[in-house]
Design a protein around this ligand. Structure first.
Ligand code: UDP
Length: 475
């Protein structure tokens, strides 16, 4: 007898891939009869994720990976054009996606395709093949509310948001959002990527369901606003499944425990500030210098994940980007990790007391789940939106302010915020609040509680979708 398959199709990039694998793990843990297929597309400029890493992220036997053959892109993209790249890659990958889905359907019934935000163009394939299609939204309810409301924002603003200095966007259920907090791709209505976002927003209202990596307590007002259809006036809102927090189990590869964890073992409880800026966050050498000065003058214990500034391949060591003597002056209370630390394990370590984050959604959830208060310092994508919600709504972080239009954060600003978070009434309030959210996150995943109930409802929906016959000659 044919089994039921669910196909997951994350966008390019580690942040999207690993959380999607974890979604597959969750679906299987709840309903082991599914076969989960994960389709991976890799941008030509990207280092493919190794098979060892992929299999380490999988907790059950019924997950298989399908790598789409490399696609050549006709242009080059700057790091700021990551959304353009993701959209273009997805569009060009459609013929291969089509083939993959047909192949999977030879041995199983494809019950649903679950796609990432940037893979909207996959709808062309899934509707042709008549496969029910869900979005897995890998950011929070606040960002989702903004995206759903985007067509209305477009109508109200009448001009590109970049040209509306000081404009505050009012989205139902959200604190006011300054237009400059919007993702860069949504600022200029003359660009192609702006219209891709618009198309995606409209497509959200037509899908079979939206799976959200969040939980009710964390974003109650925003979730209610989406459920009440306040963000999609005049349109349909598909079922919303808040099944989070979906968090990866951490870096299981290599098996050896990372030495920064051993260092943390020797530090006092909640004493260490962890600074880490996502899978791709990089700073100029000027900015690295400001951070180093703040860490030195504030006298805090720290664990800092540092990458060399862009275009610095010829420079041999990280140290050359830091103030002279910084490492030796701080090595009794600070550790620098080159490029990558096992973040989930670090945040869960008892010695970590604060997290300076770029506000990527996975990082936020990992900190919330570990009960670690944050300093919010966004860099790219929807992270400036996330900062607004973290500080104004969830109240689990303090705001780090940029001092110029290039986004530089001064040493004195960072030092002030570190002191505020670690040693002030306001900081203690933030810690209390994040601990409440941590407990809420743990509770939401229990049997009978909100995220588990939502996951069960999702599975019911995935199971019940009637398969529409796959038509093999519809290529
Ligand atoms: N991460 C990590 N070690 C690092 C940097 C990042 O383990 O040194 C992980 C982090 O735990 C998170 C993911 O990479 O799961 C980053 O995802 P996020 O959504 O926070 O940011 P993105 O990289 O997508 O901007």
């Amino acid at each position: 007898m044919e089994n039921d398959s669910i196909v997951l199709y994350p966008s390019q990039g580690r942040g999207h891939l690993f959380v999607t694998i974890e979604l597959g793990n969750r679906l299987l843990a709840q309903y082991p009869s599914f076969s989960i297929h994960i389709i991976i597309s890799t941008a030509p400029s990207q280092v493919p994720v190794s098979a060892t890493e992929l299999s380490a992220a999988v907790t059950g036997p019924s997950i298989s990976f399908h790598h789409l053959p490399p696609t050549s892109l006709s242009k080059t993209y700057t790091p700021q054009q990551a959304p353009d790249l993701s959209y273009d890659l997805a569009e060009l990958s459609n013929p291969k996606l089509h083939e993959s889905l047909l192949k999977i359907s030879e041995t199983s019934v494809v019950k649903a395709l679950i796609i990432d935000f940037f893979n909207t163009s996959a709808f062309q394939v899934s509707s042709q093949l008549e496969i029910p299609t869900y979005f897995f939204f890998t950011s929070g309810a606040g960002a989702l509310a903004v995206f759903l409301y985007f067509p209305t924002i477009h109508e109200h603003a009448r001009k590109s948001l970049k040209d509306l200095d000081g404009y505050q966007i009012e989205v139902p259920g959200l604190p006011p959002v300054p237009s400059i907090a919007m993702p860069v791709a949504m600022l200029d209505r003359t660009t192609e990527v702006y219209h891709c976002f618009m198309k995606t927003a409209l497509q959200f209202t037509k899908c079979d369901g939206i799976i959200l990596n969040s939980f009710e307590l964390l974003e109650k007002r925003m979730i209610d606003s989406i459920l009440n259809r306040d963000c999609t006036p005049g349109m349909k809102t598909p079922p919303l499944y808040c099944i989070g927090p979906v968090i990866t189990n951490g870096d299981s590869v290599p098996p050896r425990r990372h030495e920064c964890l051993t260092w943390l073992d020797s530090q006092p409880s909640r004493s260490v500030v962890f600074l880490c800026f996502g899978s791709t966050g990089v700073f100029s050498s000027k900015q690295l210098n400001e951070i180093a000065v703040a860490l030195e003058t504030s006298n805090v214990r720290f664990l800092w994940v540092v990458r060399k500034p862009p275009q610095s391949d010829q420079d041999p060591t990280l140290k050359s980007f830091l103030p002279h003597g910084f490492v030796s002056r701080t090595n009794d209370r600070g550790v620098i990790v080159d490029n990558w630390a096992p973040q989930v394990e670090v945040l869960s370590h008892d010695s970590v007391g604060a997290f300076v984050t770029h506000c990527g959604w996975n990082s936020i959830l990992e900190a919330v789940r570990a009960g670690v208060p944050m300093l919010a310092w966004p860099l790219y994508a929807e992270q400036k939106l996330n900062r607004v919600f973290l500080v104004e709504e969830m109240k689990v972080a303090l705001w780090v302010a940029e001092s110029d239009k290039d986004g530089l954060v001064s040493a004195s600003e960072l030092e002030k915020r570190l002191t505020e978070l670690l040693d002030s009434e306001k900081g203690r309030e933030v810690r209390k609040r994040v601990e409440i959210m941590r407990d809420g996150a743990i509770a939401a995943m229990r049997e009978g509680e909100s995220s588990t109930v939502a996951l069960k409802k999702l599975i019911l929906s995935l199971k019940q979708e009637h398969r529409r016959e796959l038509c093999c000659d519809s290529k």
